[in-house]
Ligand binder design. Structure first.
Ligand SMILES: [Zn+2]
Length: 211
């Protein structure tokens, strides 16, 4: 379970908070996102997204409430689909902010085999989250599978569920893999989640693409 004993709030940087909100706005429409922000008791973000800098931004308590409100309003099935779509778009908005890294990657990626490209994409995602948010992410692997192990997760923070709920992360991972592989699709799923009392959230990726 996410510890409640920590004496400061964990946060996403302003930049990442902004990318999350812009992506949700694109998927839900402005009125839709405003309604979710209202329900999540986050009215201070309505028409006032954080700036694109790396100061501490949205707290994990807030982001947990944000995704919980989206599921509550649209229903579990649609809410999770919308979170996943937001994740796809996060990558697009994110690229604008991390352009230098991504540009270099784009050059390097052309010459590498596909499973290595997938690993580099996941490593860069882990690095960005570790550096620019209080998410704690480690990449592990076995013969056929990559595992993103998230020991501190702002997406499901404070939530309780019987199934994994970190669909925004799944969406981001899917889109990164699509991009690094130039259009291939991978089997991505969350196999453990702190919201259902697992010790960490684990996003699992099969190394061989499905299409
Ligand atoms: Zn999580």
């Amino acid at each position: 379970m996410n510890s409640e004993l920590d004496d400061r709030s964990y946060t996403f940087s302003n930049k990442i908070s902004r990318v999350i909100l812009l992506s949700m706005e694109e998927v839900l429409g402005k009125n839709g996102l405003n309604a979710v922000l209202h329900t999540a008791r986050l009215p201070h973000y309505i028409d006032s997204y954080p700036p694109a800098d790396f100061e501490p931004g949205m707290t994990f308590e807030e982001s947990g409430r944000l995704f919980e409100a989206m599921e509550g309003m649209f229903g579990q099935r649609a809410g999770r689909r919308l979170a996943r779509q937001s994740g796809h778009i996060c990558f697009r908005f994110g690229i604008e902010g991390f352009g230098a890294v991504i540009g270099f990657m784009d050059f390097m990626l052309r010459i590498l085999p596909i499973t290595l490209r997938a690993r580099i994409g996941l490593e860069v995602l882990a690095e960005i989250l570790n550096r620019y948010s209080d998410q704690r992410v480690t990449l592990k692997e076995d013969g056929a599978t990559y595992f993103l192990e998230i020991t501190r997760c702002g997406i499901c923070w404070g939530r309780y569920a019987s199934e994994p709920v970190c669909f925004l992360i799944i969406g981001i991972v899917e889109e990164i893999l699509y991009w690094v592989s130039r259009g291939r699709r991978f089997d991505v799923g969350e196999v453990a989640c702190i919201a259902k009392n697992d010790p960490m959230c684990i996003v699992q990726v099969q190394k061989v693409p499905i299409s």
